[in-house]
Design a protein around this ligand. Structure first.
Ligand code: SF4
Length: 953
């Protein structure tokens, strides 16, 4: 076998060492996140990921635009500073970052004086030592650079009161700009004089000259590679990687230094590398990026959620949907909608904004969200009223010419961006073309409806979006963070350090989400993927929506609960005290099965062929190529029907079919996943797709060719299954009851159609008048079918009806539904597939009234007039919607559609699950929470549910 050649020499001669003061990621990203208690977790040893110390945001062109006193971008939530961490101790401070020698000047700190206005949090300064001092210093210089002359003297006084020049060749006044100088010149001079210039010179956009120099250092293209070898023998000086770049035969050496050494890499991993094009690639704390598992596109919000608690961020991804809707979400989505529309139409009048809110609350989407949380329209309007004036003022100020920031045009709303380069994806609230100090830029504008916090999470999100946006346009080098509640705004310009920090955080989360479960041959021993360590936060953990899965994992997988005074020592017993050992065994078994299935789904996924077409197993990829957009027209408020034409005949395509969800991208790959929707028609040379935005309105797409790829809902079934599992583990009567039947096998009732054996526990007995009332309905059934229906009425808790093909299961269900309705009972009818649900509904047409939930494109045309999509479209009040939801005795949906608002509030007398044997146990569980008793119908001898993992099977 020919040994692959290696381009660079093996030994790393470079002497550079990791900085001593590097602080563990969690020290910055959550209070006590890496404290003593956490370190003693045996099952989930915290990955030794380290991060450079956080840095303040680079002072830049944007700084003078923000309408709030700018705090530097610190990768730490506010409370992080309250508890001393390793970063706060003097000895741990990074010499590179904090005490650069020789120093032309050093500032010594005086005790913070209350009321000086130097810092909003004097406590924070003390605990953060020199590091905070530097932030304060830069923050003050920024304020001095503002055009307000009257502030200059006062600020100078404040600064002098706070710091004493220790050794200086210049007076303190020399640090401040002359009035006639421009901001950039002043900033440049400040940086030249600053003792911290070594730290700041790698940041972006200090001046356009510096930014271009930085850009020159980095290649435009990244290298996608497979890790062949990880050599940690020189650790802790460096880690040496042997990489195989995509489409190249020669191997490449890559040296990781600084916090990059802690990247959880192993042989066979895929990485994206960005660095200088030298013989040996080098990635350290000042240059380069490494993206681990780049095909795992994590949402920007999930990445920044890890700033606070990495464990919560991973659990949010795994148990997607377990977090119930709340009023903040509803207010957020309403105000986003209103502000986006107002910006698009450049409306700033308060009355018109009020009218816009009134119209938006009539939208079915908002109404159903209100229904789910039992919130009234009037209360929502009252809450929204407080936002009208700040929104109006901001639009008035920034949508017309001004000296600072002018929004010239809204280029897109909810722009969907996938970045396989950075392994992230996200939806940008507004993509705006702005003019800042005479320069035009296209930037992301991120809206927040909560209290203005300018937190690390929010700034990190904007930084990620600006990185992703650079994939499509010129690098925006930042973005706008706007709080609608008071109109406060900040231009976020994440420097290289911040970007590196975010990527390393993403890598850490991605490594957890991509861990493979290990099962021995017989399945008796297994190792589940680990979670990041728990944090110690007595205020946040008790109200964390992921407390239950977090606790169950500690109890049943990690088998370690931190001892007092760690808050988990009390919280875990409170959260899981009601569960029995069998419950934990059941949960662990399903954690494993879901992890195995998830792994199999990822292995077979074709999504990466969207950005790596040559990697597709099928020659042409999983979709239709070279489509020309011919027309588009609105089909509803939020969707547009598009007609695409193809040169090729589409008659024989088997990649997609009508009803499939598709992702539309430009053929050149520049605009990946620009829109998503459903195929509504497939003609010989054209395809009709209902998309979530109007592509013809996006001028950047003019003249482009498109491709449509079948959408894979990776992890969505896992999210629903695991969410159902957690609901089953909750401490409420419905869940306790279901655990009795499902886990503890309290009783098994089974009726076998066309067979002799029958086991069931009867209820109180069928009253004669009931039998009489339904006699005509039962007349068309044979005896076993009649008995199946009567037993369904008799049982108190549940019944399993097993019937082989041809035994009339569907007619038995139809009759059962009719009987229940005749007796005044309500029915929730479900199955795993849309077609199975509609198959029964077609037989119920004309006999009972029903409401079909689900996307219109997936509903049978004859059933469509009875669907929510049609019936709710004409409603404009919450009362009307409530009436619709409550009035129908029968509601039908698939097992995976159980997150519908209707099912969060309504409880049915009986739930019937058809094709139960073909439905995953946890998926079938969802509808059972909304009914007093249930009937499962199926044939266990038929095909089992589709499971990709052979080990899970
Ligand atoms: S309970 Fe605490 S440790 Fe657990 S996920 Fe939530 S915030 Fe993190």
């Amino acid at each position: 076998m020919v040994k692959p050649t290696v381009k660079a020499k093996r030994s790393d001669k470079q002497k550079s060492e990791p900085s001593k003061g590097q602080t563990r990621i969690s020290s910055f990203f959550g209070r006590n996140a890496q404290n003593e208690e956490n370190r003693c977790l045996p099952e989930t040893p915290p990955k030794p990921i380290t991060f450079e110390k956080p840095q303040e945001m680079s002072p830049d062109l944007f700084a003078s635009v923000s309408n709030t006193p700018q705090e530097p971008l610190q990768w730490s939530p506010d409370f992080a500073a309250e508890t001393p961490t390793r970063a706060n101790t003097k000895n741990d401070c990074d010499p590179e970052l904090v005490s650069i020698k020789p120093q032309p000047m050093r500032l010594m700190k005086r005790p913070a004086t209350k009321g000086t206005g130097i810092s909003p949090n004097p406590k924070k300064e003390v605990s953060n030592s020199k590091f905070t001092m530097r932030n304060v210093e830069v923050s003050h210089v920024r304020r001095c650079l503002t055009p307000k002359k009257e502030d200059r003297k006062m600020l100078l006084k404040e600064l002098e009161a706070q710091f004493i020049p220790e050794t200086t060749g210049k007076s303190l006044g020399d640090w401040f700009p002359k009035e006639e100088e421009t901001d950039n010149d002043l900033l440049e001079e400040f940086l030249n004089m600053s003792p911290f210039k070594d730290v700041t010179n790698n940041r972006r956009d200090l001046s356009s000259k510096k930014a271009s120099e930085i850009e020159k250092r980095l290649p435009q293209k990244y290298h996608r590679c497979t890790v062949v070898e990880v050599d940690r023998s020189e650790y802790p000086k460096s880690v040496r990687l042997l990489l195989r770049p995509e489409n190249e035969t020669q191997l490449q050496v890559c040296i990781l230094r600084s916090f990059w050494m802690e990247t959880p890499l192993k042989e066979g991993d895929t990485v994206n590398v960005e660095c200088q094009d030298t013989e040996e690639w080098v990635i350290d704390g000042t240059q380069g990026l490494l993206v681990l598992h780049p095909d795992c596109l994590m949402s920007g919000t999930s990445v920044v959620a890890g700033v606070f608690c990495r464990r919560k961020a991973v659990l949010n991804e795994l148990f997607k949907g377990y977090d119930p809707p709340n009023k903040h979400m509803v207010i957020g989505s309403l105000l986003h909608q209103v502000f986006q529309k107002a910006m698009k139409e450049r409306v700033s009048d308060e009355n018109m904004l009020r009218r816009s809110i009134e119209e938006a609350v009539k939208e079915p989407d908002i109404l159903s969200q209100l229904y789910a949380i039992s919130y009234s329209v009037s209360t929502l309007m009252e809450e929204a009223e407080a936002y009208i004036q700040p929104m109006s003022k901001w639009i008035q100020k920034h949508c017309r010419p001004n000296d600072t920031l002018q929004v010239l045009e809204v280029q897109d709303i909810e722009e969907n961006i996938w970045s396989p380069r950075f392994g992230v994806k996200g939806k940008v609230d507004l993509t705006v073309e702005v003019k800042i100090h005479g320069k035009k830029k296209v930037l992301p504008l991120e809206l927040k409806t909560g209290k203005a916090s300018f937190s690390a999470e929010h700034k990190g999100q904007v930084t990620l979006y600006s990185m992703m946006m650079a994939e499509r346009r010129n690098d925006p080098e930042g973005g706008i963070l706007l709080y609608l509640k008071d109109g406060s705004m900040e231009m976020v310009s994440g420097g290289e350090k911040e970007k590196q920090g975010l990527m390393q955080l993403r890598n850490d989360l991605a490594s957890h989400l991509n861990q493979k479960p290990i099962v021995d041959g017989e399945g008796s021993h297994h190792t589940l993927p680990t979670l990041p360590p728990v944090i110690s936060h007595p205020r946040a953990c008790p109200s964390c929506p992921q407390l239950l899965p977090c606790s169950i994992y500690q109890q049943s997988v990690e088998k370690f609960i931190p001892a007092p005074p760690h808050p988990m020592s009390d919280l875990v017993p409170q959260a899981i005290g009601h569960l029995k050992p069998e419950d934990f065994a059941f949960a662990t078994r399903w954690f494993l099965l879901c992890a195995l299935e998830d792994q199999a789904e990822r292995d077979s996924s074709q999504m990466h062929s969207l950005w790596m077409p040559h990697c597709s197993k099928e020659k042409e990829g999983p979709g239709l190529q070279n489509l020309s957009l011919k027309s588009s027209k609105p089909s509803s408020l939020l969707s547009h029907i598009h007609v695409f034409e193809s040169q090729m005949s589409l008659e024989t395509v088997d990649q997609v079919s009508v009803g499939d969800g598709v992702i539309v991208s430009t053929q050149d790959g520049m605009f990946l996943a620009v829109s998503m929707g459903t195929i509504t028609d497939l003609l010989p040379h054209s395809i009709v797709i209902n998309l979530d935005k109007d592509l013809l309105a996006l001028k950047e797409l003019n003249g482009k060719q498109f491709r449509a790829d079948k959408q894979e809902f990776l992890g969505s079934t896992r999210g629903i299954c695991l969410s159902n599992l957690m609901r089953l583990m909750e401490n409420d009567p419905v869940s306790t009851n279901l655990r009795q039947f499902i886990i503890h096998k309290y009783a098994l009732f089974c009726f076998i159609l066309m067979g002799n054996s029958m086991r069931s526990r009867k209820g109180k007995g069928l009253k004669k008048e009931i039998a009489t009332k339904c006699r005509d309905l039962l007349r068309g059934l044979n005896e076993p079918q009649q008995r199946a229906v009567l037993h369904s009425l008799l049982v108190e808790d549940f019944l399993l009806i097993k019937g082989m093909p041809g035994t009339g299961k569907t007619w038995t269900i139809v009759t059962l539904v009719n009987v229940c309705v005749r007796l005044g009972q309500t029915v929730l009818l479900t199955s795993y597939t849309h077609s199975a649900v509609d198959n029964i509904l077609l037989k119920l047409l004309g006999s009972v009234e029903f409401l079909r939930l689900g996307r219109a494109s997936r509903v049978h045309p004859q059933v469509l007039p009875h669907s929510e999509a049609v019936l709710a479209s004409s409603l404009s009040t919450l009362e009307e919607l409530e009436r619709l939801y409550m009035s129908k005795p029968v509601v039908a949906t698939t097992c995976l559609g159980v997150r519908h608002p209707l099912l969060t509030r309504r409880t049915f007398d009986v739930c019937i699950v058809d094709e139960a044997a073909q439905t995953l146990e946890l998926a079938a569980l969802g509808p059972l929470f909304s009914a007093r008793k249930f009937v499962l119908v199926g044939d266990s001898d038929q095909l089992p549910p589709v499971v990709k993992s052979h080990q899970a099977r």
